[in-house]
Ligand binder design. Structure first.
Ligand SMILES: [Fe+2]
Length: 174
C-alpha cells in the first residue's frame, strides 16, 4: 500500500441509518492535549503524580497516566473491575509476578487480582491506564485501608484544581 499525497485526504460521508438518533442521543468524542493547562499533574503521595484523562460515572471508569518519579511502590491492592495499561516510560513490575513491563508493554488486570506494584527504574515509570470498577488498598498486615473508584479520582482532580485555582476541564467528564 502506498500513501496518497496528503492533499488527497478528505472527509468522507458514510451511510448511517440512524444518523438522526446519533445526532440527538450520541456523544462527542474527546481529545485531551498534552499540556498541563488541559490536565495538570496532581500529586499522589510524595513520589508520584496522576494526570487525569477521563471520568465515566455511569460505568465507574477512570483513565489517567500514573507517574512514579523514582524507585517506589504502590501498595497491595485488589481489583473489583478490569484495568488496561500500557507502560510509556521507565519500567514497572509486581511483587507477585515474574515479568517487568517496559515502554511498549501491555498490561491487563481482570477482577480478583491482588498485587503490589514496584518500579526499580531510576526514573520510575509512566503508566497509561483505562480502569473500571473499585480498587481496594490494603496495608502490609493485609488490613483494608480504602477504596478508590471514579468518585475518588474525580475528587482527587477537583480538590487539586480548587486548591490551585485551576479551571475544571469539562472534557474529562466522558
Ligand atoms: Fe493493579
Amino acid at each position: 500500500m502506498t500513501a496518497p499525497p496528503s492533499n488527497a485526504y478528505a472527509i468522507v460521508d458514510v451511510p448511517e441509518n440512524y444518523a438522526e438518533v446519533i445526532q440527538r442521543r450520541g456523544l462527542e468524542g474527546v481529545h485531551v492535549g498534552p499540556s498541563e493547562a488541559e490536565s495538570p499533574w496532581v500529586p499522589f503521595g510524595d513520589n508520584a503524580a496522576i494526570r487525569h484523562l477521563g471520568f465515566d460515572v455511569r460505568n465507574n471508569i477512570y483513565s489517567n497516566v500514573l507517574w512514579i518519579k523514582s524507585p517506589g511502590v504502590i501498595g497491595t491492592h485488589k481489583h473489583r473491575g478490569t484495568v488496561v495499561m500500557t507502560c510509556q516510560e521507565g519500567s514497572v513490575r509486581y511483587l507477585e509476578y515474574n515479568w517487568v513491563a517496559e515502554p511498549g508493554s501491555f498490561i491487563y488486570e481482570p477482577p480478583g487480582l491482588v498485587h503490589t506494584l514496584v518500579t526499580d527504574h531510576p526514573q520510575g515509570v509512566k503508566l497509561f491506564g483505562w480502569m473500571q470498577g473499585p480498587i481496594e488498598f490494603y496495608d502490609q498486615q493485609g488490613a483494608f485501608v480504602e477504596t478508590t473508584d471514579v468518585w475518588w479520582f474525580i475528587n482527587h482532580y477537583e480538590t487539586h484544581c480548587r486548591t490551585h485555582g485551576i479551571p475544571i476541564n469539562e472534557a474529562l467528564y466522558l
